[in-house]
Design a protein around this ligand. Structure first.
Ligand code: TRP
Ligand code: SF4
Length: 328
């Protein structure tokens, strides 16, 4: 069998996976398993770039992995692992950091954004260097493709430049990866802003059907529809953004027309959405619940995957050490 292209991606363990994460990344990860050799990991060291409170990280890791498995990541086909169980990432990070000018890192947009968001007066060396750690994560597995959202593209570009520099300076060890952009639908949260844990407006993969109903029914709509008789505009309504994701064309038309003519009320529209949305999410939730009831199994899966990943990381580091031989 011809060797398949390799895919690698990671997610920070910041809690349960919501619809935005699922549609933006995880659903694509699941699909890629059919055609590529996939590595997906819990980016737990990356959490430390934002906070020193690690009390929730082990729990979040299990919750997130339950969502991964529920969504259809298959540990028989994909290697699922935990970054901090592979110390080789840290060694590679050190060597790559020597090949990375500080000025490249200061230009990375996410660095400035984090400083502003978190009001950091004295950002850590680790935060500045976080794209170098990400480069180590990717280059370690010689991944050809990195499925990520558009916000991560500067990090992949930087990874390519670091790989090129290393290969040129020492020996050609690394593959230059490419970002594999998913066409990410606009996923609004229940308040109409982008779905995000920090806005408290999420629908989670683990939410029961009743919970989703309770979140969708009061959802923000086109503010022009104050009364049932006021016509609305689906193009500015977050509920309609969700229809575009879950609802077949004919029913979308029905909702859009009904909205523009005030032929239907917003609750009719939301109930129609729920009729299409819940059956898609139900099997995922059922599977994730079964896994979540057996956290030990999840831990076993992640440790077994980490053993597989570590064997590859060790082989790469042998190449790297022979390219950068220091000790006599
Ligand atoms: N930086 C990514 C994020 O914040 C997570 C991440 C870490 C990652 N290392 C990676 C993604 C390597 C892809 C490849 O979402
Ligand atoms: Fe939004 Fe539907 Fe209400 Fe129109 S009818 S404003 S699309 S919820």
């Amino acid at each position: 069998m011809a060797t398949r292209d390799r895919v690698l991606s990671g997610m920070r363990p910041s809690g349960k996976v919501h619809l935005g994460n699922y549609l933006g990344a995880l659903a694509n990860w699941v699909t890629l398993q059919d055609s590529m050799e996939c590595f997906y990991f819990v980016a737990d060291w990356h959490v430390l770039t934002d906070t020193s409170d690690i009390s929730e990280v082990p729990r979040n890791t299990i919750d997130m992995a339950a969502d991964w498995l529920g969504a259809g990541l298959d540990p028989e086909r994909s290697t699922l692992f935990i970054q901090s169980l592979i110390p080789e990432h840290a060694e590679l990070h050190l060597l790559l950091s020597m090949a990375t000018p500080v000025s490249w890192l200061e230009r990375v947009p996410s660095y400035k954004e984090r400083i502003e968001q978190l009001h950091l007066e004295s950002p850590s060396y680790g935060l500045l260097g976080y794209p170098v750690l990400q480069a180590a994560d990717i280059l370690m597995y010689k991944a050809n493709w990195v499925p990520v959202g558009i916000d991560q593209v500067p990090h992949i570009e930087l990874t390519r430049e670091i790989a090129r520099r290393f290969n040129h300076t020492f020996r050609s060890v690394f593959v230059e990866p490419e970002a594999k952009l998913t066409e990410i639908p606009k996923v609004p949260g229940t308040d109409g802003r982008k779905m995000s844990k920090s806005y408290d407006n999420t629908i989670e993969l683990g939410d029961a059907a009743e919970t989703i109903v309770k979140k969708v029914r009061p959802m923000m709509t086109d503010p022009a529809r104050k009364r049932r008789t006021d016509p609305g505009n689906p193009d500015v309504c977050p509920v309609f953004d969700l229809h575009k994701i879950f609802t077949p064309e004919a029913d979308q038309q029905w909702a859009a027309n009904g909205c523009r003519t005030a032929g239907i009320g917003c609750l009719d529209c939301k109930d129609a959405l729920l009729r299409h949305m819940l059956p898609v999410l139900e099997p995922i939730r059922e599977r994730r619940t079964k896994f979540a009831e057996k956290p030990d199994t999840i831990v076993d899966v992640l440790h077994a995957g980490s053993d597989r990943a570590r064997a590859i990381a060790r082989a790469t580091m042998e190449d790297v050490r022979s390219a950068v031989t220091l000790a006599p």
